[in-house]
Write a protein that binds this ligand. Sequence first.
Ligand SMILES: NC(=O)c1ccc[n+]([C@@H]2O[C@H](COP(=O)([O-])OP(=O)(O)OC[C@H]3O[C@@H](n4cnc5c(N)ncnc54)[C@H](O)[C@@H]3O)[C@@H](O)[C@H]2O)c1
Length: 237
Amino acid sequence: MSRVVVVTGAASGIGFATAERFRDLGDTVFGLDIAPTVPDGVTYVECNVGSKAAVDAAIAVCAEGGRIDVLANVAGVVQFGRFETVTEEVFDRTLDVDLKGPFFLMQAALPHLRAAKRSCIVNVSSVAGRIPQPYSAAYSAAKGGLTQLTQALALELSPEGIRVNAVCPGTVATPLVDQVAASYPPDLDARVQDRLLMMLPGRAITPDEIASSIVYLASPEARMITGSVLAFDGGMG
Ligand SMILES: NC(=O)c1ccc[n+]([C@@H]2O[C@H](COP(=O)([O-])OP(=O)(O)OC[C@H]3O[C@@H](n4cnc5c(N)ncnc54)[C@H](O)[C@@H]3O)[C@@H](O)[C@H]2O)c1
C-alpha cells in the first residue's frame, strides 16, 4: 500500500529532492509550500507554514484519505547577521517558519499519523540546532528549539509507535545558502565563515544526500530509531 507523505518546503532544495524520492518509491506525496514549483507527480498544497490556520487547512487536504504515514518538516528560512541587527520582523519570520510551523504541523497531523500504522515525522533542523553558531541568533534559537521539540515529542509519542527524528545538515547546495552568504556581516572573519558553513571546496552536501537520510528515517528499516538527531557536520560537532 502506498504511503501518504507530506513534505513541507517541497518547491525547492532539500524539500524538492525529498518529495521526488518519496514519489519515486510510489508514495502519494503532498508538497506544502508558498511556491508552487513542486516536482511532477507531487500534489501541491499552498501553505504558509508560519500560519496555524493555513497549516490546519493544508493538513486537512492531505488527510482526506484518512491517514498520514510520513510528515517531513523541511520548509525553512534563514538570515544571518549580527545579533543587534535582528529586527522584530526577522525574528518573527524565522521563528514562525522554522519552529512554530513544524510545531503546529505535527499537532495538526497527529490524529492522522495515529490513524496510520508505523507512522513517523522527520524534522530538518540544522548544525545550528546542535552546536553554537555566531551571527545566526534567531535561526539558532529556532533550530535549537526544533531539535529539542523533536526529542521531546519522540519520548511522548513512542508509546504509540510514532517515531520522531531530526536531521541536522551543514552546508547544502541550495538557494538558501546564497541567501545566507548575502546576509553575512560584511567584516565576517574568514575562519568563522569556514566554521559556519564548512565552505571548504567540494564539501557542500547535495540536497539528495539529505533527502536520502529522510527517506531512510521514514523507512521500515529505521523502525527502532526515534529521538535521533542525525548530523551532517563533518565531525564538527
Ligand atoms: N541549505 C543549507 O545549507 C541548510 C543547512 C542546514 C539546514 N537547512 C534547512 O533545510 C531546510 C530546507 O532548506 P533548503 O536549503 O532546501 O532551502 P530552499 O530555500 O532551497 O527551500 C526552502 C523552501 O521552503 C519554502 N518556504 C519558505 N518559507 C515558507 C513558508 N512560510 N511556508 C511554506 N514554505 C516556505 C520555500 O518556498 C522553499 O521552497 C530548511 O529548514 C533549512 O533551515 C539547510
